[in-house]
Design a protein around this ligand. Sequence first.
Ligand SMILES: Nc1ncnc2c1ncn2[C@@H]1O[C@H](COP(=O)(O)OP(=O)(O)OP(=O)(O)O)[C@@H](O)[C@H]1O
Length: 337
Amino acid sequence: MIPLYEIKNLIHKYGEKVALKIDNLTISDRGVTALLGPNGAGKSTLLRLLALVEKPTQGQIYLRGEPVGPFCKAFRKVTLLPQQPYLLKRSVFENIAYGLKIRGKKKNLRQKVCEVLSWVGLDPDQFLHRPWYALSGGEAQRVALASRLVLQPEVLLLDEPTASVDAKSAQLIKEAVTKAVSLWGTSLIIATHDWAWINEIADRTLYLIKGHVLPSEMSNLIFGPWTVNGRFWEKRFRDGQRLLLEPPPSKDMDIALISSSSVEIFGNPKPVHDQNLLSFWVTRLNLKTKSGQILVTFSLEDVSFTLEFSKEKFSSYGFVPGKKVWLSFPKKASAWL
Ligand SMILES: Nc1ncnc2c1ncn2[C@@H]1O[C@H](COP(=O)(O)OP(=O)(O)OP(=O)(O)O)[C@@H](O)[C@H]1O
């Protein structure tokens, strides 16, 4: 099956700074792709390139097998809702109808606008003729989303759609975008820090850090500061625990990646030969609604490991938030960034 996007040898720079470096990436068609990563990882940059509004410094993006670039023919198949969406200084109706009007799709305009307004939980009787300045932040965000949904895009890219909205608006946004997936087969790519929200709808996850895409298997990160201890790099925790890792292969690398498959869990402190063994707390449980798998996050100060369990395995461990467990993992990181 042809993927939705294929990215080859992509580099995107701002001045001399490399914001993205992706040698090869495919993003599957249909459903929801989550784009996760810390601040400055390159999520918004990637979304702008996929939205065909910016040209990569180097490399090629393919959309359903076709090479694409800024404002090419395929541009109108793709719609981006940026992190801080801009509303036209007009009424809600004019904002939502604008995209259809410039595409010459003026038939049933009012009906289409009312439909998407109700999708995002805004009563057309109350909101259709409201001016742009008479909306709360959450309402403005949903009007901006409605103005993208009305276009029935093949690809909808959302940049932190729940960053400034309350739980109810976040739920309405979730319902509206999943409706687009099921009714029109829209493919969604969503950059977010809202784990609980995205885990309920994501079919797959891409993890970005320092402009690189990680295999999701490796999204357990350990940031410095590091001190040198003999032939190892050491990270010390306030509670007196320490972890040791063989140093990275290059001087500009300082974030260690630990693959989930290399982590073992123990209920008691059981020394493991030549491995790190540290106590962590269970801090978060998330159900992946689609697969039924359960994500368990184990935290020790600023280090968090997230591992995936089947329901049976999860029950056998008896994880509850606040439970203390011991995690062991090798002194050689799976990779460094
Ligand atoms: N227009 C720009 N000019 C210069 N540097 C930029 C520009 N836009 C982004 N950057 C830099 O590129 C890197 C990636 O930024 P980007 O906004 O893509 O990250 P992000 O993952 O979306 O972050 P956040 O979660 O904070 O929104 C950052 O280091 C940022 O400072």
